[in-house]
Design a protein around this ligand. Structure first.
Ligand code: G3D
Ligand code: MG
Length: 176
């Protein structure tokens, strides 16, 4: 166990933060980074190293989610240790699109064995779907190719955000 912890602390584990536009990826980075810090945008995407738990360092890659840039997601897979997939639980119209993009992305051979934490974001909004409803609507029960966990969260209030990173940390440790 101790050696596994040091694996995560020696050098940050690369985590892809994906999801369609408006899901809340950048807000999630801000919440984890602390809102007083500015996110430094790299060419076309955001990369931030955060320490969501003591001694656990994640390098978060928020590579954007507009239709145009989704094809670029695959170019960021190398060395990825985990996938955080952000979904806007309050936007029923985009759920199908979000589902399709995730399942398409997971077909990439390089994603094999990479654990996934799905962020059921915007839970602070009154019409947000519950994690149970979202799981059904997105067909996660058919997602047997990867270990996954769905976390109710709000990137703006911070609800569930650090819990989701803890879950990710545990999943990565177990996949070593
Ligand atoms: P993206 O990076 O995935 O494209 P953003 O998404 O982080 O830019 O968020 C898109 C919009 O959703 C932003 O609103 C942001 O404030 C809002 N948002 C993100 N997370 C939450 C959440 O948990 N709850 C609520 N209520 N709103 C959220 P604007 O108005 O700036 O476009
Ligand atoms: Mg963004």
């Amino acid at each position: 166990m101790g050696s596994m912890c040091s694996v995560l602390s020696k050098q940050p584990a690369k985590i892809l933060v994906l999801g369609i536009d408006g899901a809340g990826k950048t807000s999630l980075l801000y919440t984890l980074k602390g809102n007083n810090d500015m996110i430094s945008p790299t060419v076309g995407f955001n990369v931030e190293t955060v320490e969501p738990l003591e001694g656990v360092f994640f390098e978060l890659f928020d590579v954007g989610g507009t239709e145009k840039v989704r094809n670029l997601w695959i170019h960021h897979i190398e060395n990825t240790k985990g996938l955080v997939y952000v979904v806007d639980s309050n936007d029923e119209e985009q759920i199908e699109e979000s589902r399709k993009e995730l399942f398409k992305f997971l077909k990439n051979e390089e994603m094999k064995g990479i654990p996934i934490v799905i962020i059921a974001n915007k839970q602070d909004l009154p019409n947000a779907l519950s994690t149970t409803d979202l799981t059904n609507r997105m067909g996660f029960h058919t997602l047997t190719s990867h270990r996954w966990h769905i976390q109710a969260a709000s990137a703006t209030t911070g609800e569930g955000v650090f819990e989701s990173m803890k879950k990710m940390s545990n999943m990565i440790k177990r996949s070593k």
